[in-house]
Design a protein around this ligand. Structure first.
Ligand code: BGC
Length: 261
């Protein structure tokens, strides 16, 4: 019996056709949860992941939707109800960095899109999840934020604002739903090697610059995040709610202060 046992749970992991989401969906599936693998465009990647989970003895199915579209999210949850049962673990992972641009030189449509996907999407999904979790008096909502819920990031005002907003959404919703047996949490990844930041780790100079910003001087792997998420959604974390677990190799530790001061 694995230490983390999610048998009997139905988990939705948004944006799980690639990157962090796919590692999270796989790990949760291997721990016994039935997994709704969500994608927006990458259907074949989502189908591949479903096949991997099933091949390992788990249960999974792929579902497509745009998390920033309210009626698509409502339909997504209704389809999962029909096919897999009521979601009692929601991982709001789907997110985009957006296009780097300074405020004033940027395109407001891009700004709004980042807020729509990274903040409004988790709200729409949580709304549907909470309705179901309240009825069953159990559930966990886990929001993937970022070190940029704490660290400002020039050129990414929308991204940092969305992540800081999502962190406060976590705390407020945790307070609001504690009496309903629902836990709400955030995991804040640092620089994790995924397609989202390939332009940085794909180039030795920008990778070296990034590593200098991390106390452990190396990027994390999607599995580092999946391990943290699996623990937090499990009963082992049953007394933890309304807080952020930072998984960043020490990015928040002011690594420049290793020297001088
Ligand atoms: C972003 C990555 C970035 C990391 C550290 C994450 O939230 O998605 O692109 O490398 O923060 O800055």
């Amino acid at each position: 019996m694995p230490v983390i046992n999610l048998k009997g749970h139905v988990a939705l992991v948004t944006g799980s056709s690639s990157g962090l989401g796919s590692a999270v969906a796989l790990k949760i599936g291997l721990a016994g949860a039935t997994v709704a693998v969500h994608y927006r465009k990458e259907k074949s990647e989502a189908d591949d992941l479903v096949a991997r989970i099933i091949a390992a003895g788990g249960k999974a199915m792929a579902f497509g939707a745009d998390v920033s579209n309210r009626s698509e999210v409502e339909n997504l949850f209704a389809s999962i109800d029909r096919e897999l049962g009521s979601v009692d673990i929601l991982v709001n992972n789907a997110g985009i960095d957006g296009i780097r641009a300074l405020c004033g030189d940027d395109n407001p449509d891009n700004w709004e899109k980042v807020i729509a996907v990274n903040l409004v999407g988790p709200y729409y999904c949580s709304r549907e999840a909470v309705k179901r979790m309240r009825k069953n008096h159990k559930g966990v909502i886990l929001n993937i934020t970022s070190v940029h819920e704490f660290i400002p990031w020039t050129g990414y005002t929308a991204y940092a604002s969305a992540k800081a907003g999502l962190s406060m959404f976590t705390k407020t919703l945790a307070q609001e739903t504690a009496d309903d047996g629902i836990r709400v949490l955030s995991v804040a990844p640092g620089a994790i090697k995924t397609p989202i930041n390939k332009s940085v780790w794909g180039n030795p100079d920008t990778l070296a610059d990034l590593n200098r910003k991390i106390a452990m001087e190396k990027m994390g792997s999607p599995d580092d995040i999946a391990n943290a998420v699996s623990f937090l959604v499990s009963d082992l974390a049953g007394y933890i709610t309304g807080t952020t677990l930072v998984v960043d190799g020490g990015m928040l530790l002011y690594p420049d202060f290793k020297h001088g001061g």
